[in-house]
Design a protein around this ligand. Structure first.
Ligand code: ASP
Length: 314
């Protein structure tokens, strides 16, 4: 059978282990497993890598544990503005939406835009209208709000007033997936609420093709998490691909070099998941933890939040 593989992340904004209850950690791991399971089922059925990354991201957008869709971060005015993108490594087609205030599953709107083909990137109220026209579900702002995000906004406002720094979890998070399908194609998708207390209208790296999301067949697929401004400046996803394609680095060297060397001077939280054309997946991060999971080409599945890795049955 041709190789298939999948990797996901639920953001590198992971709090110290003792700051969440065991039930919350278990809930997050359960939802990571459900996301892996949804994406892997598509790959096993012979569906495309694009189908797989969309399916995995939708599960994490619907989960309250991650900063995307339901449970997304609040901006400085207490509003949710959501960004997402998807890229097909086979064709280099891509779709991205930003600053959506209503789309329940922003990754679905990104996919619909990719398939519509008239634009790669749509933003704000136009993106919300586009999603509605395509028959996608829209929600009131209250749908996206969770007590945890309200608390994080209050904490970040206190930090801003006192001139102190918030925890990684209070600050940000994102969800993303990368996949290799049975036809040898790669795809990536990313979805986020951005960072807590961000300025209204701020757009991060997640919807920017080449920065937070990138896929090119024969090379790699990448989805990033961390302070997006630096992913944009380093054109991070495309940079990982370039180092593999042109410097002939392996995926671990390329991805680790960017997260733990190139981004290090900026002192920001950062991580990514990436997969190469053989299905080798990597998930480097520089924060105390990163919500993540992967299924190897041999069919072994794992989820993790910190150092400890749990093998799971899908
Ligand atoms: N990259 C996201 C953004 O800057 C946030 C994150 O992943 O933590 O919008």
């Amino acid at each position: 059978m041709a190789k298939i593989a999948l990797a996901i992340h639920g953001g590198c904004g992971v709090m110290p282990e003792d700051s969440m209850t065991q039930e919350e950690w278990e809930g997050a791991r359960r939802d990571l497993a459900a996301a892996l399971s949804a994406g892997y089922a598509r790959l096993k059925a012979g569906d495309s890598a694009v189908d797989a990354v969309e399916a995995a991201v939708v599960v994490m957008e619907d989960s309250p544990h991650f900063n995307a869709g339901h449970g997304a971060a609040l901006n400085e005015n207490g509003l949710h503005e959501l960004d997402a993108s998807i890229m097909d490594g086979a064709t280099l087609e891509a779709g991205a939406i930003s600053a959506s205030r209503a789309i329940r599953n922003p990754v679905k709107a990104a996919r619909a835009l990719m398939e519509d083909g008239r634009a790669v990137y749509m933003t704000g109220p136009a993106a919300d209208r586009f999603a509605e026209v395509k028959g996608l579900q829209v929600e009131p702002q209250s749908y996206f709000t969770t007590p945890k995000r309200v608390g994080a906004l209050e904490a970040m406002r206190r930090h801003a007033a006192a001139g102190t720094d918030g925890t990684e979890n209070e600050k940000h998070g994102t969800v993303g997936a990368v996949a290799l399908d049975a036809a040898g194609h790669l795809a990536a998708a990313t979805s986020t609420g951005g960072y807590t207390n961000k300025p209204e209208g701020r757009v991060g790296d997640s919807p920017i093709i080449g920065a937070g999301t990138y896929a090119r067949d024969g090379v790699c697929a990448v989805s990033g998490t961390g302070q997006g401004e630096f992913f944009i400046r380093h054109v991070l996803g495309h940079e990982v691909a370039s180092r593999i394609a042109y410097l002939k680095q392996d995926i671990a060297t390329a991805a680790d070099g960017l997260i733990n060397h190139d981004l290090a001077p900026h002192r920001i939280g950062a991580g990514l998941v990436a997969i190469d054309a053989q299905g080798v997946a990597v998930a480097p991060y520089n924060t105390p933890g990163m919500f993540r999971g992967w299924v190897t080409p041999e069919g072994h599945a794992f989820v993790a939040t910190h150092d400890q890795i749990y093998e799971i049955e899908l």
